[in-house]
Ligand binder design. Structure first.
Ligand code: HEM
Ligand code: HEM
Length: 186
């Protein structure tokens, strides 16, 4: 498969970046919305897309290791390069931790995981009230829940910084950083 060059990103890098970017931004928005408003009808969709995107995220991490990190388009101040690097790491690790913690929260919490109608982990039905689920392990479920919330909000901050950085490159530095991620040769 073709690797990235300093002037042009490969189709693999572009496809993986944008599939993960759009899905993760949507999952963050839907996750916060359904949690704040208690919209339970959205939970199966959130779980299904969150489960499936995990495999794309893994493919992306393997690709990043194989391909190496992108070479900066130009020379920047050292704080800027460091901030971009830290944000990239938060984005990569955050996107791995979110599906894992979400899965563990639902599996050990007893509500189960259905992926587009296919049962991956069965619901643990409460025999006294079949409408309710019973946790398999409360401690693991609540640790995973805390992690999902904490990492989720950290990711929101990192995505905002990341988009601000991309816009700064495009509008203030007027360099090719964003254009390269959109497929142009710079
Ligand atoms: C509208 C939203 C987004 C824009 C405009 C955008 C833009 C960019 C640009 C221009 C780069 C190249 C940076 C460079 O050349 O050094 C990049 C890289 C990267 N972006 Fe985004 N991005 C967005 C959303 C996201 C999201 C939501 C994530 C993760 C959840 C993400 C993760 C990454 C990572 C890890 C890199 C490092 C290079 C790579 O692994 O492919 N981005 N992004
Ligand atoms: C990249 C993947 C994912 C992202 C970005 C994401 C994001 C979020 C966010 C931001 C919240 C709101 C958290 C809060 O306010 O405390 C949330 C809630 C939730 N997520 Fe995810 N999620 C992902 C994957 C998953 C997966 C795979 C599952 C289960 C299989 C899952 C199950 C849930 C559940 C059940 C809630 C509601 C928790 C509650 O009722 O308090 N998520 N998600």
């Amino acid at each position: 498969m073709q690797l990235d060059s300093p002037s042009q990103f490969s189709k693999t890098t572009l496809t993986l970046h944008w599939i993960v970017a759009i899905t993760v931004i949507s999952l963050l928005a839907v996750g916060i919305y359904m949690d704040e408003t208690g919209t339970h009808s959205l939970y199966p969709w959130h779980k299904s897309f969150g489960f499936v995107i995990f495999f794309v995220i893994l493919a992306r991490v393997i690709w990043r290791i194989k391909n190496g990190w992108p070479v900066p388009v130009s020379q920047y101040q050292s704080w800027e390069t460091l901030l971009a690097k830290v944000v990239h790491y938060v984005l990569i690790f955050g996107t791995i931790l979110m599906p894992l913690s979400g899965f563990l929260m639902s599996a050990y919490g007893g509500s189960g995981v259905d992926v587009f109608g296919i049962e991956v982990v069965a619901r643990n039905i409460d025999p006294e009230n079949p409408m309710k689920s019973m946790p398999h392990n409360k401690a693991i479920a609540s640790f995973a829940h805390e992690t999902h919330g904490l990492v989720g909000y950290t990711l929101v901050g990192a995505v905002i910084l990341h988009i601000a950085g991309a816009l700064k490159h495009h509008l203030i530095d007027k360099d090719g950083t964003l254009r390269r991620m959109l497929g142009s040769s710079v």
